[in-house]
Ligand binder design. Structure first.
Ligand code: NAP
Length: 378
């Protein structure tokens, strides 16, 4: 090293040390070591750090699970509004945790309510029933009605809501901005509101809720209701759900591209009709059948609600239509290219290619014949 370089380096070191001392004189001693690890030391050190990080994360998860279990063990009085497929599914889990269940629904659901051990069952259209339902001194009222009947239901609940402002209202609608706006507009201003969406249903949550996402937004929770809110959330936490706190708006942006898309594709595939398991199914086709099964089992009200009340769903539908048209066009262009020896023509061949769609009928007849053979052979 030349003398000039050496002087310049000393000066730089001096300035750097001075600046560090000036900017953070007291923290200097506590700075972490800046020792650079050699190539051979690095992987070992990194995996040791990763291992302790994983250990801490596991410890934290265990503590959170324990906390949730303690919270969940304090009994809540839960009223479920809408005792259809999803309301019953929730009730069974709540009952497993020994919470007290009361139900109210548009139709008479007393038989289903009795089956899950509910302590009372009421009918939504009757004002007296609404008052009796709220008269049970409920901690939480869970709204599990169809998306399309949400506003109507809130109007029917109004007499009870007005006399029981202290209750925590939680909804489970699959669209969240609509739920939030309606709740803020229609429940008394002193009532606490928790918007939630369990990202699973009776089918996907059949074998447990472990690692299934549960989205929630504490839209407006009064201080004196926050413990009730935590206890309610802890039911899902202790069941192993992946708890995701996010705004209702953010939820809808994500859901249009995930949940609505899944339902749309499932319904489309379902309306083709003749999709059946075959003896040579690939894993991919098995997934296709699964999507059809899980989405087409839900009510059409639910599907319509996902479309109508999530403002982002329409663009998902348009994107899918465009993607299908683009793909079809690409296939037809390639086909025309090969038929015409490389040059795409505009002479109506494309319409001829679409005629292949008529082959579906033939394919369907063939399927019926094959299936019979296969069933006979078994
Ligand atoms: P749904 O068809 O969306 O809702 C059925 C429920 O809505 C039934 O309880 C029904 O009452 C009630 N209902 C229908 N029309 C009504 C009206 N005019 N007034 C009052 N109530 C009415 O099917 P679901 O699967 O049970 O879903 C319920 C809610 O859970 C929806 O908001 C959905 O978005 C949400 N959710 C569903 C799933 C799922 O996998 N299914 C997952 C997460 C969240 P009756 O029982 O008295 O007929």
């Amino acid at each position: 090293m030349s003398a000039a370089t050496c002087r310049r380096r000393t000066l730089l070191l001096f300035l750097a040390a001075g600046a560090a001392g000036f900017l953070a004189p007291t923290r200097h001693a506590a700075r972490p070591s800046t020792r650079v690890f050699s190539e051979s030391e690095f992987p070992e050190k990194l995996s040791a750090i990763k291992a302790s990080e994983a250990q801490l994360r596991a410890q934290l998860a265990a503590i959170q699970r324990e906390k949730a279990q303690v919270l969940a063990k304090r009994r809540l009085k839960i009223g479920i509004v809408g005792f259809g497929k999803f309301g019953q599914f929730l009730a069974r889990k709540f009952a497993n945790y020994d919470h007290e269940i009361y139900t109210i629904s548009k139709s008479d659901r007393s038989a289903e309510a009795e089956e899950v051990g509910a302590l009372g069952s009421y009918v939504l259209d009757q004002r007296e029933d609404v008052l009796d339902f709220f008269g049970q001194d409920l901690d939480v009222v869970v709204l599990a009605v169809s998306i399309v009947s949400f506003d109507e239901t809130l109007a029917a609940l109004r007499p009870g809501l007005e006399t029981h402002e202290d209750v925590l209202i939680a909804d489970v609608l699959s669209v969240k901005e609509h739920a939030e706006n309606s709740l803020l507009a229609r429940v008394p201003s002193g009532t606490s509101v928790l918007c939630t969406h369990p990202m699973f249903g009776p089918e996907s949550g059949r074998h447990g809720w472990e690692n299934l996402a549960f989205v929630y937004d504490r839209v407006r929770v009064r201080d004196d209701r926050s413990e009730t809110c935590e206890r309610f959330l802890s039911i899902f936490e202790s069941a192993g759900c992946k708890m995701v706190e996010m705004t209702c708006t953010q939820h809808d942006v994500y859901a249009a591209n995930s949940q609505f898309l899944t339902h749309l594709v499932g319904r489309m595939l379902g309306s083709i009709g003749r999709l059946h398991p075959t003896p040579i199914d690939t894993k991919g086709f098995e997934s296709v059948l699964k999507i059809v099964e899980t989405t087409c089992d839900d009510s059409f009200d639910l599907f319509y609600g996902l479309y109508r009340y999530n403002q982002h769903s329409k663009s998902t539908l348009l994107c899918l239509r465009k993607a299908l048209a683009d793909l079809e066009l690409r296939l037809i262009s390639l086909e025309l290219d090969s038929v015409n020896g490389g040059a795409a023509s505009d002479d109506g061949e494309a319409r001829g290619t679409l005629d292949h769609l008529d082959l579906r009928e033939t394919a369907a007849r063939e399927w019926d014949a094959q299936k019979l053979d296969w069933v006979d052979a078994k």
